[in-house]
Ligand binder design. Structure first.
Ligand SMILES: [Zn+2]
Length: 404
């Protein structure tokens, strides 16, 4: 008699599988077999009861140091950021920086824990989290997120981004703090070059952060072209530098809301550069009035995924850290409502988001690591409609959380 599997998921419906449910056997954290009525002996059994089982959710963009800070602010930053045409986006970020005068480990650890607990509940097993690193925040946020990374290891994998939100040229000292955060163990080099005063400074910002990434051998995540100005060029700068540094597949762009205003030929040129750089983009259409041009980027073969971005902070009043809710909102805001669109949105919170943050093997297949969600819904349409918490979340073959 063969040794029992560690976990058997019975009666699982697969996204592109046969119409009737199958069983999934897992051993040593890896999917061992998928098939009809496998029913091998197993130490733990779950009955999916015909519910959809897919790869777990991946959130490639969350400002985790700022969650639940909205109450500390007067709301003006949000009005500026959400204002028509996003002409005041820079002013919004300057206002929002006020909260960093009050950064303190006491409240931050609690807020972070509350947000990551939601991630776990809603099926996110991998999360790329930004910590502001500048002369106001110092390393308070970075240290808090590094503690959270340790605390949640095995349940939610947190990649910490050292993020100079207020610039590196206009904020002397910020680049050195990014370096210190990397020395402390931050996983990813951040950046926000469009916040600088001039294009020359923006290029300096891009170069300074890529230099650190090369020195420390880290991936790069930058918030680019995030205001209502068709003349912003930092997405392009980032792609060019990724190509020149050989950082293929290791640079990820975020936001790029100005893309909504780019002339079409320029958009096509930048998309070609992004493909060349192997550079994906995270869009969060619920947190701002302009959106990256998702449909056209997909047509151009660019990797696009969705992120939560904010939870109750200066920029967004809501947020439950629920990727299905993010995809549901994106479906409306981007008018992606056909069956194919909805399938695509589901990829954008699972396999595509995983590729974007460098997870090599995030797929439901024999031999792949078992990071899965077991949903009540039988298909992706219903999953988005209900955006309910998964019945079970499986992290490396172990049931990490269950509801109901
Ligand atoms: Zn953001």
């Amino acid at each position: 008699m063969p040794a029992p599997s560690d976990l058997l998921i019975r009666r699982a419906r697969l996204r592109r599988g046969p119409p009737t449910p199958v069983d999934i056997a897992i051993r040593n954290g890896v999917v061992e077999a998928i098939g009809k009525e496998l029913r091998p002996p197993a130490k733990v059994e779950i009955d999916a009861a015909g519910g959809l089982v897919t790869e777990s959710f991946v959130n490639p963009h969350l400002h985790l140091d700022k969650v639940y800070t909205a109450a500390m602010l007067d709301g003006q930053a949000m009005q500026d950021y959400h204002g028509q045409d996003m002409g005041k986006a820079m002013a919004a970020i300057e206002r929002a920086a006020g909260v960093k005068q009050r950064y303190d480990e006491g409240w931050m650890d609690e807020n972070v824990r509350r947000a990551v607990a939601l991630a776990a509940r809603y099926g996110t097993t991998h999360l790329r989290a930004f910590a502001d690193v500048d002369t106001k925040a110092q390393l308070v946020g970075a240290r808090a997120l590094l503690r959270a990374r340790q605390e949640w290891r095995g349940r939610v994998e947190i990649q910490v981004v050292a993020f100079p939100q207020d610039g590196v040229v206009r904020e002397p000292g910020a680049a050195d703090l990014v370096r210190q955060a990397l020395e402390l163990g931050a996983d990813v080099v951040g950046g926000i070059p469009w916040i600088e005063y001039t294009d020359v400074d923006a290029q300096t910002h891009v170069d300074a952060m890529f230099d650190l990434a090369v020195e420390f051998d880290r991936d790069v995540s930058m918030l680019v072209d995030d205001a209502g100005d068709a003349g912003l060029r930092t997405l392009e700068m980032m792609a060019v530098r990724a190509i020149r540094s050989g950082w293929r597949g290791r640079a990820l762009a975020h936001h790029a809301r100005a893309m909504a205003l780019y002339p079409k030929p320029y958009l096509q040129k930048v998309a070609a550069m992004m493909r060349q750089a192997g550079m994906g983009i995270v869009t969060d259409p619920h947190t701002g009035p302009l959106h990256a041009r998702v449909r056209e980027l997909l047509e151009e073969g660019v990797l696009v995924c969705l992120g939560q971005d904010d939870i109750s902070d200066a920029y967004y009043p809501f947020g439950r850290n629920n990727p299905l809710e993010v995809a549901f909102l994106a479906s409306h805001l981007l008018w992606m409502t056909s069956r194919d669109d909805i399938d695509r949105l589901y990829d954008m919170i699972t396999v595509d988001a995983a590729r974007a943050i460098g997870l090599q093997d995030h797929r439901l297949a024999v031999g792949a690591q078992a990071n899965l969600v077991v949903l009540e819904a039988p298909d992706v349409l219903e999953a988005l409609r209900e955006h309910a918490a998964p019945r079970h979340v499986i992290r490396e073959g172990v049931v990490a959380s269950s509801t109901g």
